[in-house]
Design a binder for this molecule. Structure first.
Ligand code: ALA
Length: 596
């Protein structure tokens, strides 16, 4: 094995040529293989972007972010949107240069070479498939809640439809909730028991047993994933129609929430604005960033676009702008209607806020639309994941069958089915917060790599969406200002970084330091980047993308870094066992037939 092979790059013209080739329905390389249908225009792409962005994040995880950060969480939405905007410009640059399916994976192949391309392809599995596990779980929460509140007398439904708790949640949540309830009751703090603890305990106690194991799983999450997979399997045209209708509905509802909610805002709720300080606001990074994930997903449909060079970048930028405005307004309205304290452990914060304000009809509308909104997110990511695998398979990094296109439906049928299984089965058992955190860190890493790729690819010439602006003075000056501010006005930040005091009970100095590793990694890398900016006059926009997304990664904590590291390590093992030898570039170098 040669070290330099790991960095073999795929030339852009070869990427485009290969996209014209493909594999038939049995995986053989063909020139006249069935192609994906080119049906998407800029409006569809913007709608796809919104379909992917507005979902579980704004309907669900915003609650915990608002509880921790208070009304100031609106600023986190602004900062996160800025970080995403730098990345969106970088994605747009790549999409306009390399308009083929595969998204960041394909871009990395052209800029960093094969190993990085594999790493990012593997990483995107976290954003799309693991992210969709989180989305399916959230969908299930809203759906079961909606059924429970259903009243329809003509059909005799007067007390709601109840799915047993043990069939609508994950094992860990049930076990944790049961234990927490037990502890509080035993220590005489029964008043602190929350509704979600009671539900978890009911699931734990009511679950049937197989041997010693309790059967607790999330069936609605599995069901919705299978349903959406079937839709995606039969075709992009059908998915487009379904998605456009659902997007119109969810934007309408979000506007209604803002419009109606504005009348119920009590400015007194905005004070204190940041009850738990900056630390409280930053605790919401994962939840808030999760809410923005999705604008990049539309790049996976490049080969189904009528004019991808123009429409993909516009679709991404438009959808991000629209969602940013909506999100900031929602964050302010939400924290204005009721006190931030009301959102503790609340999984349906928007409906909850209206309910508390006595506007029950709005609470009902929000609950129904959340079910639709979250389903559209599932749809886009179920659509995107197979297309990334398709691109990887075309390059030989995955078996050929992953790029087989269905002769009738013109979709990557095999990859679609595998995606369905990869999302549906874990969604039965996994825990929402853990999956959300992993998704956020994985996606931020992808954004970092895409910004890095653009930095390499555009150099000092710049590009259409990433015009060259020298970072030579701007970044070093900003660096000095930020550190000056921290040392003069926020010395506690420096003290925190250098202190070995335990954060959790019973922790040793080493464990205490481990929490600081992500920050130190960022401090060291950002210092090195600042020096490089001065020395090499790097292009400003990708550098800002690197810094802002890199910083958000540091806020996700060492546990997530470790999980993510293990994930990447598993990916590397697979690459060296399969991809390295089967890669088309490798075969071309060895003079072996490609696609055989
Ligand atoms: N942004 C998407 C959501 O919030 C992933 O559901």
């Amino acid at each position: 094995m040669s070290f330099s092979n790991l960095f073999r790059r795929k030339p852009v013209d070869l990427i485009q040529k290969d996209a014209q080739l493909g594999f038939g329905d049995h995986g053989e390389l063909e020139r006249d293989h069935p192609h994906l249908r080119k049906t998407l225009g800029v409006v569809d792409l913007t709608a796809f972007g919104i379909a992917a962005i507005i979902g579980a994040g704004i309907f669900s995880t915003i609650g915990s972010a608002a509880f921790n950060g208070g009304p100031a969480v609106a600023f986190l939405f602004v900062f996160t949107a800025i970080a995403c905007a730098f990345s969106a410009l970088c994605y747009a640059e790549f999409a306009s240069r390399i308009p083929v399916a595969g998204s960041a994976y394909t871009y990395a192949y052209a800029s960093f070479g094969e190993l990085m391309a594999w790493i990012i392809g593997w990483d995107l599995l976290i954003e799309y498939a693991i992210g969709n596990i989180a989305v399916a779980i959230s969908w299930s929460d809203y759906f079961t809640g909606l059924l429970a509140g259903l009243r329809f007398e003509p059909l005799g439904i007067t007390g709601g439809i109840h799915i047993p708790e043990y069939l609508s949640m994950d094992y860990r949540s049930a076990s944790k909730g049961f234990a927490a309830l037990g502890e509080l009751t035993a220590s005489g703090k029964a008043a602190e028991v929350t509704e979600s603890m009671r539900t978890a305990a009911a699931a734990w106690e009511g679950a049937p047993r197989l041997g010693g194991l309790r059967i607790i799983c999330d069936l609605p999450a599995l069901a919705i994933t299978f349903l959406i997979t079937a839709l995606v399997y039969v075709g992009i045209r059908e998915s487009k129609r379904a998605s456009n209708i659902m997007v119109a509905m969810k934007v309408g509802v979000v506007l209604l929430v803002i419009g109606v909610g504005a009348f119920y805002v009590n400015p007194a709720n905005w004070s204190p604005f940041a009850p738990n300080g900056l630390g409280g606001v930053l605790r919401g990074v994962s939840a808030v960033f999760f809410a923005y994930i999705g604008f990049d997903a539309i790049t996976t449909t490049a080969e189904e676009c009528k004019n991808p060079r123009r429409d993909l970048p516009l679709g991404m930028i438009f959808s991000l702008i629209i969602c940013t405005v909506l999100y900031i307004a929602i964050a302010l309205v939400l924290t204005g209607i009721v006190s931030y304290k009301e959102f503790e452990g609340v999984g349906d914060p928007l409906a909850h806020a209206f309910s508390k304000a006595g506007v029950e009809w709005m609470a009902g509308i929000v609950a129904v639309s959340a079910v639709v909104a979250i389903a559209t997110v599932l749809l886009v990511f179920q659509l995107g994941q197979p297309r990334i695998w398709m691109a990887m398979s075309r390059d030989g990094l995955l078996p050929k069958i992953f790029s087989a296109i269905h002769p009738r439906y013109k979709t990557p049928w095999f990859a679609t089915i595998v995606t369905g299984l990869v999302v549906a089965i874990p969604s039965l058992f996994m825990n929402l917060t853990e999956v959300t955190d992993l998704t956020s860190i994985g996606t931020l890493f992808a954004f970092v790599l895409v910004s890095g790729g653009v930095l390499i690819m555009t150099g000092r010439e710049g590009g259409r969406y990433v015009p060259y602006v020298s970072s030579r003075y701007i970044i070093p000056v900003a660096f000095v200002l930020v550190w000056g501010f921290i040392l003069l006005y926020r010395p506690e930040v420096w003290n925190y970084l250098t202190s070995l005091a335990p954060e959790n009970e019973g922790e040793g100095a080493l464990a205490a330091f481990s929490h600081k590793i992500p920050y130190w990694v960022f401090v060291i890398l950002s210092t090195a980047l600042t020096v490089l900016c001065f020395w090499k006059r790097l292009s400003l926009i990708p550098v800002l993308g690197l810094l802002s997304c890199g910083y958000l990664m540091t806020e996700l904590g060492i546990t997530n870094w470790i999980r993510f590291g293990l994930w990447l390590a598993a990916g590397l093992v697979i690459y060296f066992l399969y991809g390295y030898r089967h890669s088309n570039l490798h075969k071309r170098e060895e003079g072996e037939p490609v696609g055989g």
